[in-house]
Design a protein around this ligand. Sequence first.
Ligand code: G
Ligand code: G
Ligand code: MN
Ligand code: NA
Length: 250
Amino acid sequence: HEVENGLRQAIEKGELALHFQPIFDLATGNIVTCEALMRWEHPRLGRVPPSEFIPAAERIGIIEQLSIWALREACTAAAEWPSDVRVAVNISPASLTSGELPRTVIATLLETGLPARRLELEVTESLFLEDNRHTSQMLRELQLIGLKLVLDDFGTGYSSLSYLRSYSFDTIKVDQSFMAAIGNSREDQAIIQAVSHIAKTLDMETVAEGIETEDQLRHAREAGFNSGQGFLLCPPQPRDRMSEVLAAGT
Ligand code: G
Ligand code: G
Ligand code: MN
Ligand code: NA
């Protein structure tokens, strides 16, 4: 309960922060996107991981407020970066159900001055609602604004392939569990190659996440992934370090 009660006030008390993790083009080595990752420093409990407080926010019905906060913070930060890399914001599927998201996004882009083409929204596949007309219509509205939609944690949901058919995502981010043991798993190697092939055929980009070793990086490259993210390439960075990270180029 301390988590749930504390979370209700976390925004006002300024306890939430965004960190950013660069995503690199595997062909050029350039940063193409930075993913915003929420951090919460509770005064007594210390750092509470998102895997704990995001589900808590969903339970107590404030996930939409958290998403709006993250969206505004991320767009504000990105508008000040010294290059035109994109910023990716995680959107909990629970925030898709009210139908307000497109309007909120438009208002936030106007307010922060960030061009729509510099925003990506990541939607976690494993929590996706079943084939839902409202959801697919809203996702299309979001794309019409000019931003990109990323299907996050791909391969962990109940019907991964049918999401590709029902919704028009721009990018597939393959779940890091497929990269974890890639070096000695013929199965995982076959899966990431197949996903890469499907994505190319459907005109989608691919991101490999959870790249921690040179070997994993090589497998992602050889499978033809467009970009990669992971501790090997760059861990999540506090917001005030991003200008430096981006100025360093790569
Ligand atoms: O950064 P970390 O590995 O601790 O993040 C754990 C999980 O929390 C990830 O699945 C990530 O998608 C999720 N997460 C991080 N920040 C946000 C956020 O701002 N909104 C939502 N909905 N999820 C987030
Ligand atoms: O939104 P998503 O679930 O994809 O969030 C990515 C999460 O993965 C973040 O919590 C981030 O801190 C974490 N992460 C980033 N790079 C790595 C990595 O190389 N290995 C592992 N295990 N986790 C990572
Ligand atoms: Mn993500
Ligand atoms: Na993910």
